[in-house]
Design a protein. Structure first.
Length: 210
């Protein structure tokens, strides 16, 4: 957080108006992410063809073919994927997708709260992840450690997965030789704002020395 706050100060020196805002729905969005991501991914990807339907973007057919063949080699799936599938399947079978539906309805409320903030501010920024980089679990590590390492990274990014706002992680310093990222988030169709802010920050000096 220290380096991210320092990066905010650097943006302020470059001419940005920087203020702290309260957005309680941020934590609500992180909670809503679980049923949306786990039940949704299980139903769309693992029980389907890996790509789902009605996506208007480009389909990666080779990726679809590779992913759809997981049933023939389920042991190759990562432990985190297997756990996510079990949890997603349980939610759908035990509650018929009830909590997925509730989370999707809640997403509308969360997005409205973000939109109110964006009525006054161009960009939100925060640490990309809540901790500095951690070591990969060693071969044979307990499942609990593997799951912890995987999911401890999502508290800051999952709210943006739920709302769908464009975001970018920009390195802003080093701790122990490892990069720290600040995440810039803009309203819908606000990618140019992010690019401009990121470019101004990167052009202000060598982030490795910030």
């Amino acid at each position: 957080m220290r380096l991210v706050l320092a990066a905010a100060g650097r943006l302020q020196d470059l001419g940005a108006i920087v203020e702290e805002v309260s957005l309680p729905e941020w934590h609500l969005a992180a909670a809503a992410w679980s049923p949306i991501a786990l039940e949704g991914a299980t139903n769309q990807m693992m029980l389907g063809n890996a790509m789902g339907f009605n996506w208007k973007g480009r389909y990666d057919v080779a990726l679809l073919d590779a992913h759809a063949m997981w049933r023939a080699r389920p042991e190759l799936l990562a432990a985190t994927v297997q756990l996510s599938m079990l949890q997603g399947a349980w939610g759908m079978r035990r509650y018929n997708g009830r909590y997925y539906a509730k989370a999707q309805n809640l997403r509308r409320h969360i997005k409205s709260a973000f939109d109110r903030v964006f009525n006054s501010y161009d960009i939100l920024f925060c640490p990309t992840v809540p901790t500095v980089a951690t070591k990969h679990p060693a071969p044979g590590a307990p499942l609990e450690e593997i799951i912890l390492r995987a999911f401890e990274m999502v508290p800051s990014t999952s709210p943006l997965d739920v709302t769908g706002y464009p975001s970018m992680s920009v390195p802003c310093g080093l701790i122990g030789g490892l990069p720290v990222g600040m995440m810039l988030t803009a309203p819908d169709w606000g990618e140019p704002l992010i690019y401009q802010a990121a470019a101004a920050f990167e052009n202000s000096g060598d982030w490795r020395k910030f």
